[in-house]
Design a protein around this ligand. Structure first.
Ligand SMILES: [Zn+2]
Length: 336
């Protein structure tokens, strides 16, 4: 339940200073496999002008520690549930039943330095365990545009087991799965065009728009230092600018984030805890990127930070979120 509902009477009886609780929308852009080290380099080279414009308008760079495997499935699960792998069963990006018919491989892989069993997840996530179940109740329309099956799959004609976020995809009013390995380079334009369509129709109402692009695909194909990998950051940045232009002056908060990076110069990322977000949600100073930074947010803090901003009493939720809010205490809602 929203705190605003619980404390409505108090608010009616008194006029308090502080942030107004207004209906806001949320645009999350996920750059899969886009490591922070590359983000910082490309920002420095002026190759991400739209991301730079978000920073120039007052947003912060927030490095995020990984608390699970440094890969898509576990990272986005941590970010969008605020739960850890012992609560969700999501260790990695492969479906347990799909690959092993229930027989978990527990062997150690010396090449990756990981136990093979850590690569699996067991069930699709319950919708109630994701932040989108709360944001949907705002009420907000959900637009779910993703470039990987495990973030979306809800096609009943496909024999493969569900993706982790199938239940979110099912609740979305607008959705699209477009992947570079099936749709080619235009996958990102298919997703971006769909986002513009959604905003043209629903942009004047409350919404949550998630657009997920795939530098990860090009990192695996061509390597971390390849021009193709870098180019997908740049294409993601161009679409960021196009979508921000469409959002215009609307009351929308922005989060651009990466879930992991790549091992330096490699085509894989078993040990690449290089996650980040850039957001205009007011973040406490200690979590903002700086030299000799001593306090860090984690991927599991993304969910409580978003819910705190939207004034949800997330600390009362079950299962309990193990993360923390990264929001600047001075910017927290007055109705606590
Ligand atoms: Zn990957």
């Amino acid at each position: 339940m929203k705190r605003a509902t619980v404390t409505l009477l108090l608010l009616l009886l008194s006029v308090l200073p502080g942030r107004a609780i207004a209906a806001e929308s949320l645009f999350i852009m996920g750059w899969d496999g886009a490591g922070l080290v590359n983000i910082n380099r490309l920002l420095g080279e002026g190759k991400l002008p739209n991301l730079q414009s978000v920073l120039d308008a007052g947003a912060s760079i927030v490095p995020l520690e990984s608390i699970g495997r440094t890969e898509t499935g576990s990272a986005w699960t941590n970010a969008f549930t605020g739960l850890t792998y012992d609560q969700t069963g999501v260790l990695g990006l492969r479906n347990y039943d799909d690959y092993f018919g229930g027989e978990l491989d527990r062997s150690y892989n010396a090449a990756s330095g990981l136990y093979v069993g850590m690569q699996y997840w067991y069930e699709k996530l319950p919708f109630e365990h994701t932040i989108f179940s709360h944001l949907k109740g705002q009420p907000a329309r959900i637009c779910w545009l993703v470039s990987k099956r495990l973030l979306s799959q809800d096609d009943p004609t496909n024999p493969r087991p569900a993706g982790l976020f199938e239940n979110v995809s099912k609740q979305a009013q607008t959705k699209l799965l477009a992947k570079p390995n099936e749709d080619g380079e235009i996958y990102i334009d298919l997703l971006g065009d769909k986002a513009l369509q959604f905003l043209q129709t629903f942009g004047n109402r409350t919404y949550v728009l998630f657009m997920h692009t795939d530098p990860d695909f090009y990192g695996h194909a061509m390597g971390e230092n390849s021009i193709e990998y870098e180019n997908e950051f740049i294409r993601s940045d161009v679409w960021l600018g196009t979508i921000l232009a469409q959002i215009g002056a609307a009351d929308t908060r922005i989060i651009v984030m990466g879930d992991h990076g790549f091992n330096e110069g490699a085509t894989g990322h078993p040990n690449a805890p290089d996650a980040w977000m850039i957001t205009d949600i007011p973040i406490a100073a200690e979590y903002i990127q700086q030299t000799d930074q001593k306090a860090f947010g984690t991927l599991r803090d993304v969910a409580p930070t978003i819910l705190e901003h939207f004034d949800f009493d997330w600390q009362s939720f079950f299962p309990p979120m193990r993360g923390k809010t990264l929001i600047d205490p001075a910017a927290r809602p007055v109705a606590q």
